[in-house]
Unconditional design. Sequence first.
Length: 121
Amino acid sequence: MKRWRITQDNLPNLIEKLSQLNFSKKWEVTITESKDKRSVDQNDRLWALYKSIGDHVGYTPDQVHDIMGYKFLRKQKVINNKTVEVVRSTTNLSIKEMTEYQENIELWAGQLGWSWNYDER
């Protein structure tokens, strides 16, 4: 499957590619709104957050990452008619989802007596 991010600049290229398809076959095209992935700044802040919480509770940033992913990014998926739990990767979160994820982590950690002002670090 070929994925394209359509812009005004590359639209002519996409039209050209579509015109070259073998039309003796059936094709399906799906268009969805693209959402920006988390930013580098958000990722940097997330790892600083993991470190700060880890220092408070006695875990490494990687351990906090795993724990928070399990706590806040779990979802159920059906594989071979069996329901399994999987943890979403933060890499695939949108900017909005990453913001909500970090807010949830901060609220949870606050219940453990943790506090932090990222801007003053």
